[in-house]
Write a protein that binds this ligand. Structure first.
Ligand SMILES: [Zn+2]
Length: 284
């Protein structure tokens, strides 16, 4: 039997933990080889004081150096066999000036990055590949570009792996949304008490639907039992997510509630039907 290999194409340090942390660790424990491709260095993340990239004293290179170490720690925790950093600069959110930096991932021609990814795919020959959907799950340029280079790379190689996009079912997204709204409300109340007035977050021009109809989910992977590692990997990215709703819920609640990771099948060389519980269904 050929050895099983899984490869995920992620945009920033921390995305590997948030959308596939459980899957990575589960596959590690199953003896599957796992490869993580991280496309950007994450220069547009918060710095250690929480400053955003538009702050004068924010230094993207310093942020990237911190995030590199955090990523390596997360890789260790998740038992990832190989980390490949493509080293592009973080493009920031849509419309930010960083989009136009010629070294940004967004400004890099799809073919240029796709050829590098294709070479890696040919070397590793993963049976299963994961990235984000065409809207990059939530509209971030680097996530959209991860989708584009992955689709292009699959055209350049000499075999067809099974491709999955990560997803959150609509029913689960509704629960998350309620939690985020509650967090916002509490924050507003606290601000009010402290006399802080914040400008409301601008609404996106076209609201992005991050949910996927429950019926369209084609892999539901139970990661209970390994999601403590996922929590620890998220925690390893402290500079970015110390304040996130995952960290706020705490390790115990996280372990008892964040027990599934969902995916949508995009290519299907094994002719699978319906929703599978094993990302390597059809290969073992
Ligand atoms: Zn990201």
């Amino acid at each position: 039997m050929t050895a099983l290999t899984f490869l995920a194409v992620h945009a920033h340090p921390d995305d590997e933990a948030s959308s596939t942390g459980g899957l990575f660790r589960l596959l590690h424990e199953q003896g599957v080889r796992t490869v993580l491709v991280t496309c950007t260095n994450g220069e547009c993340g918060d710095d250690l004081e929480g400053a955003k990239p538009d702050a004068d004293h924010h230094d993207g290179d310093v942020v990237a150096a911190i995030r590199k170490v955090e990523l390596e720690n997360a890789v260790e925790i998740l038992g990832i066999s190989r980390l490949e950093r493509l080293g592009y600069r973080d493009s920031g959110m849509m419309g930010w000036p960083q989009n136009d930096d010629p070294e940004s991932f967004w400004a890099t021609p799809v073919d240029v990055a796709a050829e590098r990814l294709a070479a890696l795919l040919m070397e590793e020959r993963p049976q299963v590949v994961m990235t984000y959907n065409e809207i990059g799950f939530y509209g971030h340029p680097d996530h959209i570009q991860a989708n584009r280079i992955t689709l292009r790379a699959l055209e350049l190689i000499d075999y067809e792996p099974t491709l999955y996009y990560n997803a959150i079912p609509d029913s689960v997204m509704a629960i998350y949304r309620a939690r985020w709204e509650e967090e916002d409300r509490l924050k507003r109340e606290e601000d009010e008490k402290n006399g802080i007035v914040r400008a409301p977050e601008p609404e996106p021009e076209t609201p992005i639907n991050m949910g996927t109809p429950d019926d369209d989910i084609s892999a539901a992977i139970v990661v209970a039992g390994v999601n403590g590692y996922k929590f620890d990997a998220l925690a390893a990215h402290a500079s970015q997510i110390a304040d996130s709703f995952w960290m706020k819920m705490g390790r115990e609640t996280f372990m008892s509630t964040m027990v599934t990771e969902w995916f949508v099948r995009v290519t299907n060389p094994q002719g699978l039907e319906g929703c599978v519980s094993d990302i390597f269904a059809g290969y073992r």
